[in-house]
Design a protein around this ligand. Structure first.
Ligand SMILES: [Zn+2]
Length: 319
């Protein structure tokens, strides 16, 4: 009886904690991250195209992202443009910061697409992840506007900043090697290293290959971030209500093995930054094929990740 009461109280506390956010997500999730309803608030459909570094399509999506932060959000999100030229291609990373801090939480995904196969759209690689980050930004912007007390520790004392990063040039220009890959993240990590920023990153969260229709496990790959993986898993458990969970903190084989997936986190990880790599393994079966298109996305999964990441950021700030 006592135990039942405690569980009941715990459940009501968990849901009460999420009540404000539930209303927000109910009002915004579908029109922001829907595959079927184009409109000015849709954050996903603009990524339904190629985004090869330096191309007009790449410039167009950069404009979309910049206009989103500059015009659709209410607060001042400062923009850092990290542009450079390498191997005949122009690359541009975009970094948005709503407020600075002594240390930072970084959320990142790559917006570029592979040159081959021709017409490759990269719906899961990583258009969906970029749209999820835009949703998180919009969610935080709303909290900063009308529920600032929810971010009290962030704004009043803990002095942790946030940066949302859209990397260019993750994909190899030809075949993936350490040299021919992750152009954008290598460049930004070097820049931030020279500015003394790398040492100030509390956690670097990288989203990649999310949103496919397959039910694929996203493992815990890094010991230093496992506690955060558990936090995210707790959030998923509340949202998923027991169905189709991606995270499993008790499955430790990849944690024991050590990180083995190469991605935009590499230069940050090698510099000693704590990394939470949110990527399924095995990869989606459409990976690096033309079939990685919007017909093979699952909007329900994308929406769930958007809610999970939104809640995670608030929990991170309050932890
Ligand atoms: Zn890829």
């Amino acid at each position: 009886m006592m135990l039942g009461l405690v569980i009941l109280l715990w459940i009501s506390v968990v849901f009460a904690e999420n009540l404000n956010f539930c209303a927000y997500h109910r009002d915004n999730l579908r029109r922001s991250l829907s595959l079927g309803s184009p409109g000015p608030d849709n954050l996903l459909l603009p990524f339904n195209g190629t985004r090869i570094p330096g191309s007009q399509e790449s410039i167009d999506i950069q404009i979309f992202i910049k206009e989103f932060f500059g015009e659709k959000l209410s607060n001042d999100w400062s923009l850092e443009v990290d542009s450079f030229e390498e191997k005949g291609y122009n690359f541009t990373n975009l970094v948005f910061t709503p407020f600075n801090g002594d240390t930072f939480l970084v959320l990142a995904a790559h917006y570029d697409t592979k040159i081959e196969p021709k017409g490759f759209i990269g719906a899961t690689d990583s258009g969906a992840s970029c749209a999820i980050l835009l949703y998180v930004a919009k969610f935080l912007d709303q909290i900063l506007t009308s529920d600032r007390d929810l971010l009290n520790p962030w704004l009043l004392g803990s002095n942790v900043g946030l940066k949302i990063v859209f990397f260019d040039g993750e994909e190899a220009l030809e075949y993936w090697t350490a040299e021919d890959s992750i152009y954008g993240s290598k460049h930004l990590a070097e820049k931030w290293k020279n500015q003394g920023l790398l040492d100030r990153i509390d956690l670097f969260v990288l989203l990649d290959l999310l949103g496919s229709q397959e039910q694929l496990p996203v493992h815990s790959y890094h010991r230093s971030s496992h506690a955060y993986y558990e936090v995210l898993s707790d959030i998923e458990r509340v949202i998923a209500k027991g169905r189709d969970r991606s995270l499993n903190p008790s499955e430790l084989q990849y944690l024991m093995k050590g990180p083995f997936l190469d991605d935009d986190h590499r230069p940050f990880y090698e510099a000693g930054v704590s990394v939470l790599h949110l990527i399924p393994f095995p990869f989606p079966s459409v990976w690096h094929k033309l079939e990685d298109n919007f017909e093979n996305l699952d909007e329900t999964k994308i929406q769930r990740w958007a809610v999970m990441m939104s809640e995670f950021v608030v929990k991170f700030v309050n932890s």
